[in-house]
Design a protein around this ligand. Structure first.
Ligand SMILES: [Zn+2]
Length: 354
């Protein structure tokens, strides 16, 4: 029996969508956005193709590869390929039928499910303003902060638009946690500039990014996992492929190597961390490896920190990194107002030992 015009169109859509895509492809298995559309397609497909399909005036599919041409085995192949769609449909339709909107809110182009949308609401409540979105190419993935008028912002590197929905949501959630913690009393760190040379000052700023931030990541990683998201996917991707070489950026001196391996130990999977550690051993970077391991152990010494603990642990890490070369003291707590939010600032003084 010939298919009517609607089912022909639907067939072409299904075929072009499934052609060449392995059943394990996340674009199918995730499938949330397409759930409603696929549901309609597959219902139609079930009714009109599986029972009725037979050689005849069936429209040629757009797909040109031999395995996608209609044949007597097409039905079986289509079903094999469509199984993940069915699985996602069952999951999606059950959640949709429960009245849950998978995108409770969007931020920029990113879908936020209810947990992330609640977090965004918390952040907007703390700052008293909506979160602004911007693009950046300075950060490899994303960044966040607060404009001079007190508006919190999140910057995304456009590379994340190519990620899956869950990966994009995880990047936003990561930045929202940074914003929330800073507006909830978890401190930022500043250094007394006059105490150090300009080069040393730059180095200390680098330790904020490479040591203080991973400590903060450890504090909220488990909360991101509880939301069903992977907090470490971006870092894992970066280090999974990397081959540490002496001349490579991030590995050019003892300090960078120690800080890098600390981050790997805190934020990468066990196989990736093991591979990087073996690279360190074969390069003879054992003292940097030891320092990185000890800093990671300090960061994970407890699951819950008070806001002040975050600075205490960071200072312990800095002392281990700089060994006996510098004295590091907390000299003041200051407040820094950002619109409605007040950041606590830990002012550190770092001086060379004579
Ligand atoms: Zn971060």
């Amino acid at each position: 029996m010939p298919l009517d015009a609607l089912s022909s169109t639907l067939y072409n859509k299904v075929n072009s969508r499934l052609c060449g895509i392995k059943p394990s492809d996340p674009t199918i298995t995730v499938g949330i956005r397409y759930a409603m559309w696929e549901h309609a397609v597959m219902r139609q497909f079930n009714r009109e193709v599986t029972a009725e399909f037979a050689p005849g005036p069936f429209p040629q599919p757009r797909c040109a590869t031999p395995q996608c041409r209609p044949s007597r085995t097409l039905t079986l192949r289509m079903f094999a390929l469509a199984m993940p769609v069915f699985v996602s449909l069952v999951l999606c339709s059950s959640s949709l039928s429960a009245g849950e909107d998978p995108c409770e809110r969007t931020l920029g182009e990113v879908c936020l499910r209810p947990g992330a949308a609640d977090l965004l609401k918390d952040v907007e409540g703390l700052y008293g303003k909506p979160v602004k979105m911007a693009e950046t190419t300075r950060a490899a993935v994303g960044d966040s902060g607060v404009y001079s008028d007190g508006t919190p912002y999140i910057e995304l590197n456009p590379v994340i638009y190519g990620r899956s929905d869950a990966r994009r949501e995880a990047v936003i959630v990561h930045e929202l946690f940074h914003l929330k913690m800073k507006a909830s009393g978890y401190p930022i760190v500043k250094f007394q500039r006059e105490a150090v040379s300009p080069d040393d000052f730059q180095f200390l700023l680098e330790t904020v990014r490479l040591v203080f931030d991973p400590i903060e990541h450890h504090l909220f990683a488990s909360k991101i996992r509880e939301m069903g998201l992977d907090p470490d996917a971006e870092v894992e991707d970066h280090f999974r492929a990397i081959e540490p070489r002496p001349e490579a950026v991030g590995f050019t001196n003892y300090y960078q190597r120690a800080m890098t391996v600390m981050r790997v130990l805190l934020e990468c999977s066990a196989p990736t961390a093991l591979r990087i550690q073996r690279c360190y051993q074969s390069n003879g970077w054992s003292s940097a490896l030891d320092a990185g391991k000890q800093m990671a152990a300090l960061a994970t010494s407890r699951e819950e920190y008070s806001p002040d603990d975050e600075v205490v642990i960071y200072m312990k890490c800095l002392r281990r990194l700089l060994e006996n070369q510098a004295d590091i003291r907390l000299v003041a707590w200051e407040d820094e107002r950002h619109g409605q939010a007040v950041y606590r600032v830990a002012v550190l003084r770092v001086t060379h030992r004579a």
